[in-house]
Design a protein around this ligand. Structure first.
Ligand SMILES: NC(=O)c1ccc[n+]([C@@H]2O[C@H](COP(=O)([O-])OP(=O)(O)OC[C@H]3O[C@@H](n4cnc5c(N)ncnc54)[C@H](OP(=O)(O)O)[C@@H]3O)[C@@H](O)[C@H]2O)c1
Length: 366
């Protein structure tokens, strides 16, 4: 039977450590977990079974393995130290017999996005970023539809637009919308991106290093590698959709608490084909996975045991290819989720109603 492994790591330290080690999660503070994670070895988490292709019936199995570092630790420690720990975790995948290895969340962000890690390992490696792009853009298109936002005449924004995932998301959305804000921290890199994209873009492209322009956008796709939230309630206009692909999240929990006129959805959740059992709760309902996990699984189902998405320069061709491979084997965009909860039709209706009221109120005040 063909096999894969996927590296996860604690994102919300107390919550995630409790999922594997309830006792340690209870007694250690977040700071202590951060500190001890430096010395912890890679951890075997679980065997994944029950995945079967809808196209070929092929069954595969896999493993979750964990790199103990938190996102904060990965940004504080030297790149070499972080690579070393991820490579050590990759060796565990090799010992288990994995034929392809996926890098989850920050293990795919660090340094050159998998290139050094893949060179050091015998097992082929993928970051999962190509399929993450495909699913995120698909999710925002579908969310626009349910919120009655006409895509072709809409204003959208990509936050973290200069990043590996952000760049291709911007490239794809630039075909769909009327105006597109490219938001990031570095003006020069944003201008370079704008100049590259504008050759083919349908949309007017505007660069900005300030979140205040978000007030102008109806559709926002956010995918920074910030370890703090970057989007707060005051940045957003009533009725807008925010697709948050970043882990840790970019959207402040205050948005959920203070703005019932905005639809925030988690980017990158898909249904996995077959009666999958992950034997580990990573916060999703049964049968669903992150798009980056799904890329690794889809490649194993396809028998493509090769380095697939690596480095910071993704291509539209790879995004389209992996989307087709995943579709063929039965991966589907899942219903929407928001802050760990399912988004129901009632919730969408409430957001639409509240947005309309908020807009009317604003008009009355102007
Ligand atoms: N949901 C999923 O399935 C999935 C899959 C893979 C990755 N991810 C997540 O996606 C995110 C991005 O990954 P990536 O590989 O694209 O990372 P990346 O290549 O490092 O790009 C990150 C982008 O965020 C920007 N940024 C970083 N800190 C910021 C801050 N404080 N304020 C504003 N912008 C900031 C960076 O700007 P500069 O160019 O100025 O550095 C860059 O544009 C990560 O959170 C990762 O965990 C999610």
């Amino acid at each position: 039977m063909d096999t894969f492994a996927f590296i996860i790591h604690p994102i919300d330290p107390k919550r995630d450590v409790s999922r594997k080690f309830p006792f340690l999660g209870r007694i250690l503070s977040e700071k202590q977990i951060d500190f001890f994670s430096t010395f912890f070895p890679p951890v075997y988490i679980s065997e994944i079974e029950g995945i079967a292709s809808q196209a070929t019936g092929k069954e595969i199995k896999g493993w979750f393995i964990a790199c103990p570092y938190t996102p904060r630790r990965m940004t504080e420690l030297s790149e070499r130290t972080v690579y070393r720990k991820i490579i050590q975790t990759g060796r565990l995948a090799e010992k288990l017999g994995a034929q392809i290895l996926g890098l989850g969340a920050f293990t795919s962000v660090v340094g050159d996005a998998g290139v050094t890690i893949a060179k050091a390992l015998d097992v082929p490696v993928t970051t999962g970023d190509s399929y993450t792009v495909a699913v995120a853009v698909d999710a925002i298109r579908q969310a626009a539809c349910v919120m009655d936002i006409p895509l072709l005449s809409s204003t959208a924004a990509v936050v973290g637009a200069t990043g590996a995932i952000g760049q291709v998301c911007a490239e794809l959305l630039a075909d769909d919308v009327e105006r597109l804000y490219l938001i990031g921290r570095r003006q020069d890199a944003l201008e370079e991106l704008r100049d590259r994209l504008k050759v083919h873009a349908r949309a007017e492209l505007i660069v900005s290093t300030s979140m205040t322009v978000l007030a102008d956008a109806q559709l926002i796709l956010t995918v920074t590698s910030s370890i703090h939230d970057v989007i707060r309630p005051e940045h957003l206009q009533p009725g807008s959709v925010v697709c948050d692909v970043a882990r840790p999240r970019d959207v402040s929990a205050m948005v959920a608490a203070a703005r019932d006129d905005i639809l925030v959805i988690d980017g990158g959740m898909v249904d996995v084909p077959g009666a999958v059992d992950f034997h580990f709760n990573f916060g999703f309902p049964p049968g669903k996975a992150y798009a980056c996990m799904a890329e690794t699984i889809a490649l194993a189902l396809e028998g493509r045991f090769e380095d697939y998405t690596l480095g910071k320069h993704l291509t539209r061709e790879r995004v389209e290819e992996i989307a087709a491979i995943a579709k063929k084997h039965g991966f589907r965009l899942s219903g929407f989720r928001s802050f760990e909860r399912d988004v129901t039709p009632q919730h969408i209706e409430t957001v639409r109603r509240n947005a309309k009221e908020a807009r009317n109120l604003r008009m009355a005040h102007t």
